[in-house]
Design a protein around this ligand. Sequence first.
Ligand code: T4K
Length: 385
Amino acid sequence: MTDSPVFREPLHVGRPNIGSRARLTERLEGALDRLYLTNGPLVREFEERLAEVAGVDHCVAVCNATIGLQVAAKAAGIRGGDEVIVPAFTWVATAAALDWIGIVPVFCDADETTGNIDWTKVEALIGPRTRGIMGVHVFGRPCEVDELEEIAGRHGLPLLFDSAHAIGCTYKGRPVGGFGTAEVYSFHATKFVNSFEGGAIVTRDAEFAERCRELRNFGITSAGEIRSGGTNAKMNEAAAAMGLTSLEVMDSLMEANRINHGRYEKGLDGLPGVWVRGQAEGERANHQYLVIEIDAAVAGIHRDEVHTALIAQNVLSRRYFHPSCHQVEPYLSDPARHAPHPLPHAEALAERVLALPTGTTVGPSEIDQVCDIIRRCVSARTPAR
Ligand code: T4K
């Protein structure tokens, strides 16, 4: 490796997509002219568009997905002290959203192929305090929805999905967003559809949506009465302006991500112990995360060393998700909240995964150079074949 980095400017994971600046500006100007900066028409329009994308009748936009998960959990009747089964391999927000309002996340191991909650292990975790199950469509790959719905239905438990990664994806040909009791999208700036910060709860259940609307707005009903203890989870008009603008180009963003995915697969093909995580066969995937796995035993080099080498070359890879959620505070040192048993698959995944730059700001030559850096790291360690 040379002293000066391969890339003069940092190559980021999670570069935001803006869409048409003119459309964004027009929408922002409209909000300024109307003097409606929140509780306004752009949020309602964004909700309508999102409901169409999700294939549902109801959408409640919120200020971010973390708060959205809390609102959805409360709307599902889950209270402080209740337990909810969650995957261990996920972004910390899945568990933290619940923990923050006194709900106890009970960690379930991952399926190593899909990265999702291992549905075969869910039922064994159901106990007297269990009040819900929360799946996460990790990196946009859909959970085993049918199996989870069957388990939740049999036990009379609400099933929520953290769909922060999965807008635009399908499960058995149907859009992710229409499953379980409700699903929650994220539109954080690093998501390929973004609203600066933001999220949305999508559901088929009209009453559930109404409860979410109330809880989002201090517990105030549409008749103006306070029926429950709510919060302020509202999305503002500027966020909705960005969300609408970004959503307009969703299909082309997905196509750009798909092409990048193929380029990375080709660039890393045949490299021992290194592979690009795949998506579900026959389903539409948004490919918003480009995640490789590095099996140190085969590649001869640990993921962390490759990560360090990439950063030295200005490729700002991210270890999504390391450590596994159950291995961080407050769960790590609190025996009452610690995972009841080792979660080997989640832990193994957390040691292998590495998210690489993708999206519209990354082109083929950048991808080839990133692959070349990884190739050189691995080749330096593996014996010649
Ligand atoms: N559930 C799941 C499964 C999630 O993955 C997330 C969020 C949530 C729930 C919660 O959703 P929200 O409450 O956020 O709506 C990022 C995001 O902050 C987080 O939203 C996301 N998941 C997580 C996977 O990644 P960081 O700490 O890695 O983000 P940050 O700000 O350091 O940015 C990452 C890279 O993106 C940097 O290299 C810089 C670049 N970037 C970032 C921003 C914000 C830009 O180029 N421009 C930007 O504006 O967590």
